[in-house]
Design a protein around this ligand. Structure first.
Ligand SMILES: Cc1cc2nc3c(=O)[nH]c(=O)nc-3n(C[C@H](O)[C@H](O)[C@H](O)COP(=O)(O)O)c2cc1C
Length: 356
């Protein structure tokens, strides 16, 4: 539980709690699952090619990656976040995968927080994503986005949508100075303004309850370059915020199984994007535990597979552990693609999956 939430010190306290709780507390879903275990990869015993002939390379948003993986946005803004970001950035550089920094709100509120977001020196070639809550556009606007991208030396900006998390923060903050921003009216139009004017691509993501097909449609209309469904079944942000406050926990209790399971969210988004025509990148994430889960979301139509909390402990343990953990993820994905009979990412599709 934390003290009053206002301003930069409130943001820092929250970031600290998020890291600690994501590592230590039970912040999963009650019974809802990603749906990935209900799918099996059609395992082949005669792939008819060598393992090292499998090519996982992709080129999202004009950047070459060695594997279609994203280390999803997690942290920044407090001292202990800096080493985690740097360890994960080293791992991304080593293995040629994309990396997202956590919300840069702290940086916009307090320039001294910038150090924990600086990773370019250890990740010169990485597709690097800066991150901000979409609801914070009301306060920080296009200018804040541009500053964030510049300070982080990012290649793209991710705006996150987290209505239920903000609402749990807001009820917990009743009677306090501030906390939880639920002013979501007109947000799609604000996102559209940023997409039109920011010189780098804009991705929009949820944080673990999934994007609905209707959301994806609105985001395509807003002009986003990418969406990340961040589906349900992994980290439950209502419960995580509930861990910080008794009143918040009372409200959060009803949301223990809220949201779109990752499988449904990826399928729904793929359908909308196929119908919409323009080339919008799709990230499949939410509760991915290993490279076989990653293969499954790629087969469902995601262009990249994203993992957040599954890599947090390794990131917190330092660069060697992070490099090893991301290496394992890439190896698992490569073996899974190979033993499913795929030669490259282009070969992945629903035909490689069956019901468990
Ligand atoms: C400790 C922690 C902090 C997070 N902070 C952010 C954030 O600042 N911005 C954001 O867009 N998502 C954030 N997320 C959400 C993740 O990017 C991801 O969408 C979500 O956790 C689902 O993926 P997972 O099940 O692999 O963890 C955070 C996740 C964790 C575990």
């Amino acid at each position: 539980m934390t003290a009053p939430e206002g301003g930069a010190s409130g943001t820092r306290a929250r970031k600290r709690d998020h890291l600690r709780l994501a590592l230590e507390a039970d912040v999963g879903f009650a019974t809802l699952t990603t749906g990935l275990d209900a799918l099996r990869v059609r395992a082949r015993a005669l792939p008819e090619r060598d393992l090292d002939a499998v090519d996982l390379a992709v080129e999202p948003l004009g950047h070459q990656l060695a594997a279609p993986l994203l280390i999803s946005c997690m942290t920044g803004g407090v001292g202990e976040a800096g080493p985690v970001n740097r360890a994960l950035a080293v791992a991304a550089q080593t293995h040629g995968v994309a990396f997202g920094l956590g919300s840069g709100r702290a940086l916009l509120e307090d320039p001294d927080a910038a150090a924990s977001f600086r990773v370019r020196d250890v990740a010169p070639d990485v597709l690097l994503l800066a991150n901000l809550g979409a609801v914070q556009l009301a306060e920080h606007g296009l200018r804040g986005c541009a500053r964030l991208v510049e300070v982080c030396e990012a290649d793209a900006l991710v705006l996150h949508l987290n209505p239920v998390q903000e609402a749990v923060q807001a009820v917990a903050a009743l009677g306090r100075a501030a906390g939880g921003d639920t002013a979501f009216a007109g947000l799609a139009a604000r996102i559209a303004q940023v997409c039109a004017a920011l010189p780098v691509p804009v991705m929009v993501k949820e944080v673990g309850f999934g994007l609905a097909p209707e959301d994806v449609r609105l985001l395509v209309e807003a002009g986003v370059a990418a969406v990340d469904v961040a589906g349900a079944g992994g980290t439950n942000w209502a419960r995580l915020e509930g861990e910080r406050d008794a009143r918040g926990a009372e409200v959060a209790a009803a949301f223990a199984d809220w949201g779109w399971p990752t499988v449904d969210a990826v399928r729904g988004a793929r359908e909308v994007l196929d119908a919409a025509g323009p080339d919008v990148l799709l990230v499949g994430s939410g509760g991915l535990r290993h490279g076989v889960d990653a293969l499954k979301v790629l087969c469902l139509g995601a262009d990249l597979a994203g993992v957040a909390r599954g890599l947090l402990a390794a990131g917190a343990a330092g660069p060697d552990a992070a490099v090893a953990a991301v290496g394992t993820l890439v190896d698992q994905l490569r073996v899974a693609a190979w033993a499913a009979g795929a030669a490259s990412v282009a070969d992945l599709g629903p035909h490689l999956l069956q019901r468990a």
